[in-house]
Design a binder for this molecule. Structure first.
Ligand SMILES: Cc1cc2nc3c(=O)[nH]c(=O)nc-3n(C[C@H](O)[C@H](O)[C@H](O)COP(=O)(O)O)c2cc1C
Length: 358
């Protein structure tokens, strides 16, 4: 693949994609401040390497909710992978299987969860909860039947964010791209955009009345562990623990929901403190470098999720491109582990980072 690092991917993918699809993936909400901040936050920390440590053998493997993975990077749930490549989520899942990590499949996937999980990677199902609970129950049944090993409940979309690139582009899904998990649902009453397309309409069916009680409700209907994605405060982290979450993802949806919220890395220490080791804490948003992964882990994340970079990889080269994205980040992390004098993931602790001078 024709790239050296993940920061080059966006420009390469831009050359491959329809401009409106590119903007849908690249964009954030409002002024895209949070989108920028997610990356900038990694620059506010410095690494503290230790030398004369035997780093002749480095092990990047870890576990998430007991599931072994080869390196501490998961694929974040994102909608509509067919926008990036016709093989869509099937290609992404093959990349996860090839590299030995977890695929988190979105409710809004363009292949059904069963086919995605059949590609051989450990698969979580990301859930958007519908006003009509019967639709949510149908999704749960499909996730369980597919063999998903966790439910990832996204909480930061009580309403779709104000993504002005999409408004300007009048972005709608191209024909032939659908939410494959919902094609057989009774969506006859679904409201439509004025032009008849269904993009905004799908999200209008998500439930804005959702409260923390959704977690016990989900647990009463489904045995899968629940990972709550979209935590940005210590207060919500505590509520997630109290309501029975198995893990949380510190996330601001890649800056696509509320603009002007903090970078995820900036709120990670507060959240890790609030959780106090009771459940696993993951983080996403702006991770592009091996050193970014190290900083997130040093500040208490168990692993990170990779969003846009995987979609850019898909756009550039399908399953092979997405695999190359994951292996590039993995190889950077391996180099960085040797250079900071750590031989296993459990050795990455708070002493590895210090705040950059202001
Ligand atoms: C195109 C796109 C679609 C997304 N769709 C979803 C989704 O369906 N469900 C969800 O929980 N998060 C979704 N996200 C958010 C990602 O899971 C993740 O939080 C974010 O992309 C991480 O930031 P990064 O792109 O900087 O790595 C989406 C992100 C992008 C870029």
């Amino acid at each position: 693949m024709n790239f050296t690092n993940l920061l080059e991917l966006e420009d390469l993918a831009r050359q491959k994609l329809d401009p409106a699809a590119f903007d849908y993936i690249a964009g954030g909400a409002d002024d895209e401040q949070t989108l920028q901040e997610n990356r900038a936050a990694f620059g506010r920390w410095r690494l503290r390497p230790r030398y004369l440590v035997d780093v002749s053998s480095v092990d990047l493997s870890t576990t998430i909710l007991g599931q072994p993975i080869n390196f501490p990077v998961l694929v974040a749930p994102s909608a509509y992978h067919k926008l990036a490549h016709p093989d869509g989520e099937l290609a992404t899942a093959r990349a996860c299987a090839a590299t030995g990590t977890i695929m988190i499949a979105s409710t809004a996937s363009t292949y059904p969860i069963g086919e995605i999980a059949a590609q051989g990677a450990p698969t979580w199902f990301q859930l958007y909860t519908y006003k009509e609970r019967a639709i949510t129950e149908m999704l749960l049944a499909k996730a369980v039947a597919a063999g998903a090993t966790a439910l990832c409940l996204t909480i930061d979309v009580p309403h779709i964010g104000n993504r002005e690139r999409d408004t300007r582009n009048r972005f709608t899904l191209p024909s032939g791209i659908v939410m494959a998990n919902l094609v057989d649902a009774d969506l006859a009453k679904m409201p439509r955009n004025p032009d008849g397309s269904g993009l905004a309409a799908y999200s209008m069916l998500w439930d804005p009345a959702l409260t923390w009680e959704v977690i016990p409700w989900l647990k009463s209907r489904c045995h899968l562990p629940i990972v709550v994605k979209g935590i940005m405060t210590g207060e919500d982290a505590k509520l997630a623990v109290e309501h029975g979450a198995a893990a949380i993802v510190v996330s601001n949806h890649g800056g696509r929901q509320l603009d002007s919220v903090a970078a995820t890395l900036d709120v990670l220490p507060e959240i890790v403190d609030a959780v106090g080791g009771r459940i696993e804490v993951l983080l996403d948003g702006g991770v592009r470098r091996g050193t970014d992964v190290l900083k997130a882990l040093a500040l208490g994340a168990r692993a990170v999720l990779l969003g846009r970079s995987v979609l850019w990889g898909l756009a550039i080269g399908g399953a092979e491109g997405a695999t190359a994205v994951l292996t590039t980040l993995r190889d950077e992390l391996l180099t960085d582990m040797m250079l900071v004098g750590r031989t296993k993931i459990a050795d990455v602790d708070r002493s590895l980072v210090t705040k950059a001078p202001v």
